[in-house]
Design a protein around this ligand. Structure first.
Ligand SMILES: Cc1cc2nc3c(=O)[nH]c(=O)nc-3n(C[C@H](O)[C@H](O)[C@H](O)COP(=O)(O)OP(=O)(O)OC[C@H]3O[C@@H](n4cnc5c(N)ncnc54)[C@H](O)[C@@H]3O)c2cc1C
Length: 378
């Protein structure tokens, strides 16, 4: 196991940090406005396409260590704008990996260059209306009609749906799990109104409905191992949520550290009170342990795929729960100022909850980790 980053990787992290910080400067990337989300996501994707970032985890790049490099880079972007991060990652690392892993040559040629060139936005509709794909089979179904396919179903929450040029919709066809590549404006596709959420306000999320939605039959993807499809999609989502948690912890820790040195009460900066220092050390311990765990899970994805699912679930439970604790402690250090809307710490506190609910939830993760430990997941 080697989680050391080489000079080229460090340079990439610095480049991404510089570009995205400059881009973020003076903009409200967490604003609720969908038009803003669209403009910012498109501009950021174009900017990132000038670096190797969008290709990480999708194409092999010399001197970069696959998912491990990606995890280090994800932390950088998530630490600047969590909403921008989630939009970019859903498009690139889930929609993009659906194409790169399972897509036909035709589908890859049609969409991957535009996606990795930052020219189009993708979304992924997996979760069905009022059901969890961890428990029930997919309800969205498609039937062949000549050289077309008609899809019917409803997806409750779809990140990027209001902005996406293409949506990868998971469903069933001929009794198998499949993914349907649905272009914006396809007949029978209805995009809902933006859904209000507790956090990640800068991400455009809504439901989508498909009523005999028509696509060409060459826009259907049948993964080689269709039974493993849902687990793989969840794995990719979990990896993103781990990266998001690292970014939230970094942001909350740095804010609390800076505040504790600047803010004075009782004639001295609050860092002089021992309990504040203890809190910061506990936060840093959780952050650094989370980083190590995240790097190990990412490294395992390439080095030991047999272990990746269970290890990623362990890392996700640890990182997402640590993010809530670190953000909560940061808020205590900021005192009343931490509770005011619009500061990075209250934002991290609200956003942290999402990581525990989305992807494989903490509860389902614990069940799966236990099953794997007992060898009951075969
Ligand atoms: C803001 C937001 C954005 C989202 N974006 C997307 C997206 O882009 N694409 C997409 O496909 N989905 C998306 N989702 C859906 C998200 O992945 C699901 O909400 C998540 O998987 C949880 O499913 P659920 O809401 O149906 O909860 P439920 O499954 O109803 O769970 C409710 C509770 O029961 C527990 N539970 C359920 N089953 C079990 C079990 N078997 N064992 C133990 N405990 C269990 C859960 O852990 C939870 O505590 C998004 C959700 C939100 C809130």
């Amino acid at each position: 196991m080697n989680y050391d980053f080489n000079d080229k990787e460090f340079n990439l992290f610095v480049e991404i940090h510089t570009r995205i910080s400059e881009f973020a400067n003076g903009k409200d990337l967490e604003s609720y406005d969908t038009k803003n989300s669209e403009k910012n996501t498109r501009l950021a994707l174009a900017l990132l396409s000038e670096t190797p970032y969008l290709k990480l985890g999708i194409e092999k790049i010399e001197d970069y260590n696959g998912l491990l490099t990606l995890m280090g880079a994800m932390e950088v972007i998530a630490g600047i704008s969590p909403s921008l991060f989630l939009s970019v990652e859903t498009s690139t690392r889930i929609f993009g990996r659906i194409l790169s892993t399972w897509g036909s040559d035709f589908q890859k040629e049609k969409l991957l260059p535009a996606l990795l060139g930052g020219k189009i936005i993708g979304a992924v509709g997996l979760s069905e209306d009022a059901m969890n794909v961890d428990n029930d089979p997919l309800k969205t179904t498609a039937t062949a009609d000549g050289d077309q396919v008609k899809i019917s179903g409803r997806k409750q929450y779809v990140i990027n749906a209001p902005l996406a040029d293409w949506i990868a919709v998971a469903g069933q066809m001929d009794g198998k799990n499949a993914v349907f590549l649905v272009e914006k404006g396809s007949p029978g596709l209805t995009i809902g109104e933006k859904t209000a959420t507790l956090g990640y306000e800068g991400v455009a999320i809504c439901s989508i409905s498909l009523a005999n939605c028509v696509i060409a039959s060459n826009q259907v993807i049948f993964p080689k191992n269709d039974k493993a499809m849902l687990n793989t999609l969840k794995l990719w989502e979990n990896q993103i949520l781990i990266g998001a948690s690292l970014g939230l912890m970094k942001k909350a820790f740095e804010s609390a550290k800076n505040y504790s040195k600047k803010h004075k009460t009782g004639g001295k900066p609050i860092i002089a009170y021992q309990e504040v220092g203890f809190k910061l050390s506990q936060m840093l311990t959780l952050f650094q342990t989370s980083q190590l765990f995240a790097y190990r899970a990412a490294w395992t994805a390439d080095a030991d795929p047999k272990e990746v699912e269970s290890l990623t679930l362990c890392a996700k439970v640890f990182c997402t729960e640590s993010a809530e604790q670190v953000a909560g402690d940061a808020m205590k250090i900021l005192g009343g100022a931490g509770f005011l809307s619009g500061n990075p710490v209250e934002e991290a506190y609200r956003y942290a909850k999402y990581g525990q609910i989305a992807g494989t939830s903490t509860e389902i993760s614990r069940v799966k980790i236990g099953d794997a430990a007992l060898g009951m997941n075969k």
